[in-house]
Design a protein around this ligand. Structure first.
Ligand SMILES: C[S@@+](CC[C@H](N)C(=O)[O-])C[C@H]1O[C@@H](n2cnc3c(N)ncnc32)[C@H](O)[C@@H]1O
Length: 285
């Protein structure tokens, strides 16, 4: 399957139902009532506190872009392949009253010519759904201001392996075009045993199909991403791999990340939801 076909399939997938999709009023309340960046990404929280502009690459239905505008008062541009997602992001920003600080556009990150540089260029859960992770990552440095940073969240190969293994039967049937409605319902029930964070059924479905029935995903490591970023003159300064703790050399974390497969396996066996995701914050050397 060629790159164009992958991108077209991913766009169709998200136009049908974007990730993190729920009723606009609920989505707005979710942003208003909780700052999920501060809760989950302390290093990003810290950068946003002193940022003026943010570019959200693959902004989806806009929870992050709108959080940046609402809680940090920054100017945000969000781009995404999916028209449905972009429209929802815009709608939520209007409900929050931050529409003047946000601009959402339907665009393919590989093709768009974005003028301007941004203090934070963030992309959560996006680049591993493109046909070319190194190529996608290579786009980001050109959009970052001199003292700005890149922040990416990706599937983590070691800690995602157990989760994928758990759903392999369904994923194989999907690849072979043989997944029945009944299989999908069975997979959804299994997923809900692990992830009962919400009682909103649309939101739960949008997470489930993203995690289990996606047409295209790849998985990565800190080792790989650190090397790719180094090639663009960027160094990793913080990562979720060691829970955002300070470190001297990024190489010292590579052993730790490999050991995370076993940890994920154990947690999954205990019934915890562990989809296998990591983040990296990098800045110019
Ligand atoms: C898992 S969702 C994450 C959305 C959002 N970042 C979030 O955290 O909710 C992945 C998003 O990446 C977008 N995407 C995938 N490939 C893209 C591309 N080539 N250009 C722009 N957006 C893309 C999809 O349309 C989708 O909305």
């Amino acid at each position: 399957v060629g790159a164009r076909e992958v991108t077209a399939a991913v766009a169709r997938f998200y136009d049908e139902l974007p990730f993190n999709f729920q009723d606009a009023e609920r989505a707005a309340a979710g942003v208003r009532d909780r700052n999920q960046v501060a809760e989950s990404y302390p290093d990003l929280d810290d950068r946003l506190a002193s940022a003026r502009t943010v570019l959200d690459v693959g902004c989806g239905a806009g929870w992050l872009s709108n959080t940046c505008a609402y809680h940090y008062g920054v100017e945000v541009r969000g781009i995404d392949l999916s028209r449905t997602a972009v429209e929802r992001a815009r709608e939520v920003s209007e409900l929050l009253g931050v529409e003047d600080a946000t601009e959402f556009r339907r665009a393919d990150l590989f093709e768009t010519a974005l003028g301007g540089r941004h203090d934070v260029v963030v992309s959560l859960g996006v680049l591993h759904h493109t046909p070319d992770l190194p190529g996608a990552l290579a786009r980001l440095p050109g959009w970052v201001s001199e003292r700005g940073c890149v922040y990416v969240g990706l599937y983590h190969a070691p800690s995602r392996r157990p989760f994928l293994a758990c759903f392999e039967r369904y994923r194989r049937l999907l690849r072979e075009g043989r997944l029945t409605e009944r299989d999908a319902e069975e997979a959804f029930a299994r997923y809900r045993e692990l992830d009962d964070r919400t009682d909103d059924s649309t939101l739960a479905r949008s997470w489930f199909r993203d995690q289990v029935l996606h047409p295209h995903e790849t998985q990565h490591t800190l080792r790989e991403v650190a090397a790719l970023l180094a090639g663009h003159g960027f160094a990793v300064v913080s990562t979720s791999i060691n829970r955002f703790a300070p470190f001297e050399r990024v190489e010292d974390l590579f052993e730790l990340e490999e050991a995370q497969e076993e940890h994920a396996q154990r947690r999954l066996a205990e019934g915890s939801y562990l989809p296998g995701f990591f983040t990296v914050l990098a800045e110019r050397v």
